[in-house]
Design a protein around this ligand. Structure first.
Ligand code: C2O
Length: 486
């Protein structure tokens, strides 16, 4: 078995699943001991309402933490559900710097309906380290922008996961896809899943035998074990090969784990299926019944494509702009530019910045001019998915009244949604969280190649409410980055 280095925490890898209760205060001190790379930490899916400076993306809400320096993340958790934590520094989470982050809620509507919880992660896995893979990926040697294909799939960071279960009991599974690239199908032989949460949003229960998680998506589902012992059962994660430009010989795209009723009994090798038919998350209904925002105050159109620049390398673009991380974090620019903070050009054209006013209902129309699937994530919010086209439907047509009439009354909300190849989606959210929030493709290759826009939400409110702690500015000084105004 070949070995590769991974990025761990406190001498540990795989990284632990962190468990919290709603209302907890989190104080996480990150000492960067990587030696040769700066770093940062993002708590994916948490709104960080009032604590935008704790969100984690480098160049957006903080400077990278240089080797030898420390940085304290300090925030209160208001949202129950299934989240994860990961480095938000170029290319680091696929090298191992990611784990699950669960927030328990004693008042959950589903308490009493299950006996125990089981936390499981899925991910893809590379045998080479990201810095080398990335410098090849974005180079003249890779003009088509072909993404490296993972070497294998992991379930809870292993290919040998056994979960002990008891007959008749009901378990709440909490699942995160922490992968860099591959979406995964997931199913359990002989058992039905009852989905009750997506990306931190409780849903009306929905039964299915298969789910699909793009990179960064999460699901909670209940599974009731069989009453009478019938052997052990395979759980399978299967990488979505539609994403891969090529399918290397001998690649095993599946990872199998087991529900173990009886340790002495045999474990089935895998579980065959007839077809990949996951249930459609577009049909989910949020448990709180929140209705569609009918009236849109601010519509943003993002036309995405992949293309080459003068250096011969392939990049990703929104509206012909490929994101370049600013030297001064955008949040710090907001705080130091007075009334000009409402003018998006202050942030530089390469940040793809959009200024939102407090309380606006914002709509993002995303048109995918690329032949691939892309999972998009918005920081600081979840959003209503009001429309998602099939593949090859082309750009969204705002005059398509029959499509508009088909928008769900109570659309599902989540924080990562996939656009189909050469298709489009329309999402809506309320600008109720002043801050600087990224909107980006969560495929780490595409984050690196610039598929990012920046939402500057209520900048003037932010100026009067946000106070950045000294240690946050210190890491900028440690790395020699100017912090504008401080
Ligand atoms: Cu998992 Cu920018 O996020």
């Amino acid at each position: 078995m070949a070995e590769r280095p991974v990025m761990g925490i406190n001498g540990q890898w795989p990284l632990p699943t962190l468990n919290f209760t709603k209302g907890d205060r989190v104080i996480a001190t990150v000492h960067n001991q990587l030696g040769n790379q700066s770093t940062s930490m993002h708590f994916h899916g948490l709104f960080q309402n009032g604590t935008n400076d704790m969100d984690g993306p480098v160049g957006v809400t903080q400077c990278g933490i240089p080797p030898g320096s420390s940085f304290i993340y300090n925030f209160t958790i208001e949202q129950p559900g299934t989240y994860w934590y990961h480095s938000h520094t170029r290319g680091q989470y696929p090298d191992g710097l990611r784990g699950q982050f669960l927030v328990h809620d004693p008042d959950s509507p589903y308490i009493g309906q299950y006996d125990e919880e089981i936390a499981i992660t899925l991910s893809d896995w590379y045998h080479d380290e990201m810095p080398g893979l990335l410098s090849h990926f974005i180079s003249v040697a890779n003009p088509t922008g072909a993404e490296p294909v993972p070497k294998s799939a992991l379930m809870s960071d292993t290919q040998n996961l056994s979960v002990a279960v008891q007959p008749g009991k009901t378990y709440l599974f909490r699942m995160t896809n922490m992968g860099a690239f591959a979406g995964q199908y997931f199913w359990i032989e002989g058992h039905t899943m009852r989905v009750v949460e997506v990306d931190g949003v409780h849903t009306e229960p929905a039964e299915t035998s298969m789910i699909y998680l793009t990179a960064a998506q999460r699901y909670s589902f209940m599974v009731t074990m069989k009453d009478n012992f019938e052997g052990n059962f395979a759980m399978v994660g299967s990488m979505d090969t539609d994403l891969f430009d090529a399918l290397p010989d001998g690649l095993n795209t599946n990872v199998t784990g087991w529900l173990v009723y009886d340790d002495a009994a045999e474990k089935p090798e895998s579980a065959l299926i007839d077809a990949f038919e996951p249930f459609d998350d577009y049909t989910l209904v949020p448990q709180d019944g929140l209705e569609i925002y009918d009236h849109v105050d601010h519509s943003i159109k993002l036309d995405m494509k992949m293309d080459n620049l003068g250096d011969g390398a392939n990049y990703a673009f929104f509206n012909d702009i490929t994101y370049v991380e600013p030297i001064v974090p955008t949040l710090y620019s907001v705080l130091s530019t007075g009334a000009n903070a409402s003018n998006p050009t202050v942030y530089g054209v390469n940040t793809n910045s959009f200024v939102l006013e407090k309380g606006q209902v914002v709509e993002i129309v995303l048109n995918n001019d690329d032949a691939g699937k892309h999972p998009f994530h918005l920081h600081g919010h979840n959003f209503q998915v009001v429309w998602r086209s099939e593949e090859n439907d082309g750009f969204w047509n705002p005059d398509n009244t029959s499509a508009i009439e088909s928008f769900p009354r109570k659309p599902m909300r989540r924080d990562v949604v996939m656009v189909n190849p050469q298709g489009n989606f329309v999402i809506r959210f309320k600008a109720d969280n002043p801050g600087v929030w990224l909107f980006h493709c969560h495929i780490d290759w595409h984050t690196a190649s610039g598929l990012i826009a920046t939402m500057i939400e209520a900048p003037l409110e932010l100026q009067s409410s946000m106070k950045i702690p000294a240690d946050h500015y210190e890491v900028c000084h440690d790395s020699g980055t100017p912090t504008a105004g401080n």
